[in-house]
Design a protein around this ligand. Sequence first.
Ligand SMILES: Cc1cc2nc3c(=O)[nH]c(=O)nc-3n(C[C@H](O)[C@H](O)[C@H](O)COP(=O)(O)OP(=O)(O)OC[C@H]3O[C@@H](n4cnc5c(N)ncnc54)[C@H](O)[C@@H]3O)c2cc1C
Length: 279
Amino acid sequence: MTEVLFPENIGEAVSLLADHEDARPISGGATLVAMRNAGLVEVSHLVSLDRIAGLSGIEVLDDGHIRIGALTKHAETAACAALTGSLEVLRMAAGKIANRVVRNMGTIGGSVANADPAADYLPALACCDAVLTIVGPDGARDVDILDYVTDWYETALEEGEIITAFTLPAPEPVASSYRKIARVTGDFATASCAMSLDADGRGIRAAIGACGPGPLRDHAAEAALRGHLGDPAAVSAFAKQLAEMADPVEDVRGSSEYRLSLIPRLITSVLDDLMKETV
Ligand SMILES: Cc1cc2nc3c(=O)[nH]c(=O)nc-3n(C[C@H](O)[C@H](O)[C@H](O)COP(=O)(O)OP(=O)(O)OC[C@H]3O[C@@H](n4cnc5c(N)ncnc54)[C@H](O)[C@@H]3O)c2cc1C
């Protein structure tokens, strides 16, 4: 029988995770409850993050950075008016997760902790240069989103640690977008692309999802593309660089060849749309 514990603060939650073997934090429960009911995970204690003040909600900090609490539901992120310009990509990604029921239940911290390679947040957070705050027995630390996923379903999150927040740079007044290719509306992505234009419109930030264990982003390839956004050969070379980083699986959502073929199509179509928006 699984016991559910309700700590009032993050320190208490960390202690409870340390005190009980096979204890896990639970946020929305959208994934964990289904996995437990299917016998895919053994859990002795569920440490609910629900009553911990300050873990939920989206805040504009004094320096303009945006802080998203880990317990913020997908629906709240999808509706957040502060996520504009370069950060609109994150709002769009949240709005494309599953269906209304899951969006009202699941949280950004739970999704990123779960690290499904096809999760919509991962490429969007990578495109936004997000930093995660993680709290554990040794205190708090910050992890760059691009260093977070270390292998298939493996992350920088150590046992007993809790994601508490995501910090994003202040939004820039530029176009950004998230596109997801899925078998049907509401399914996980077969492949996805998050992109925003640089402040001067001469370059892009772009991340591909669902084509490897974590989001694919290549700063050197982005630097090489700067000033050549209107050159199809340069865009094609950029897409090729990202495809070379990919390690796509073959599953019910598509073959690895199909996923690879989607990378240049996604890059070209999202870039075209962003360029049209800025004309
Ligand atoms: C039918 C269905 C369809 C879905 N479709 C999509 C989709 O299209 N795109 C998409 O991106 N996602 C999709 N999801 C996943 C969804 O986004 C979940 O909400 C998310 O993966 C988990 O969030 P949660 O808050 O419910 O986490 P939980 O289920 O509570 O936890 C998930 C895991 O994360 C751990 N955890 C939770 N919170 C934290 C934390 N703060 N720190 C550390 N560890 C934590 C838990 O211990 C558990 O291992 C779908 C889920 C369902 C059920």
